[in-house]
Design a protein around this ligand. Structure first.
Ligand code: C5P
Length: 210
């Protein structure tokens, strides 16, 4: 069984010294990669810039910065994976025309034009072959269930792990998390609040249940 995981944020260049990013710590994705290795699977981890170290005994570690680099790496690795888990917080927009030189400050406001990045989950979902499993995450501040189910269908996921964001002590950056796992067969499973490491193991057991 080959497992592909992505994790962490992406960085979208404004100029050579500035970027747009987000607060993803990579902890959930790294915990999933580590749990999968301990369960004996061959794991490839594609990661944006994070401050935690990669788990030992990875089959492959690919370090990327931008959403475009993440998309390229994921599309290359996807065909080889039996199970792919998308934990990365990929930027939805990037500066349309990043400056080649450091921008100088001027009087008045600055307007930055942003363009859409590739939705990697959508691209992988459309490439999915029989026998391949694809799981995504949905971090939502509102209408958790409806938004998660819509995303699962649109992106052709087999599972979506929904977590409420904006609750202190869980999710983004935190040590603990709680997940509602929705399956494409219409069932759901509550994975209650616990450390991301324990949660990762439970999640994998659910994803790999026959
Ligand atoms: O639509 P939304 O971004 O909320 O969906 C979240 C899921 O889609 C996550 O699994 C995330 O990794 C993935 N995603 C992606 N490429 C993007 C945006 C999100 O793969 N550009």
């Amino acid at each position: 069984m080959k497992i592909l995981v992505n994790a962490g944020p992406t960085r979208e260049k404004i100029d050579p010294v500035r970027f747009i990013s987000n607060h993803s710590s990579g902890k959930m994705g790294y915990a999933i990669a580590e749990a999968a290795i301990l369960m004996g699977y061959e794991v490839t981890l594609v990661s944006g810039p994070v401050s935690i170290s990669a788990p030992e005994n990875l089959h492959k570690f690919i370090s990327i910065e931008s959403a475009a680099e993440m998309a390229e790496a994921m599309k290359k690795e996807f065909f080889n994976a039996d199970l792919t888990i998308l934990c990365a917080a990929v930027a939805d927009y990037r500066p349309a025309r990043p400056e080649k030189q450091k921008m100088k400050k001027k009087e008045g406001n600055l307007f930055l034009e942003l363009e859409r990045t590739e939705d990697i989950a959508l691209s992988l979902g459309s490439r999915k072959k029989a026998g391949q499993l694809l799981a995504g995450f949905a971090a939502e501040t509102n209408d958790l269930e409806a938004n998660a189910l819509t995303k699962m269908r649109k992106k052709n996921f087999d599972f979506i792990a929904a977590n409420a964001v904006g609750i202190p002590g869980r999710g983004f950056g935190a040590e603990e998390n709680a997940i509602t796992l929705y399956k494409a067969d219409g069932t759901k499973k509550e994975l209650t609040l616990k450390s991301k490491k324990e949660l990762a193991k439970e999640l994998l057991e659910e994803l790999l249940k026959r």
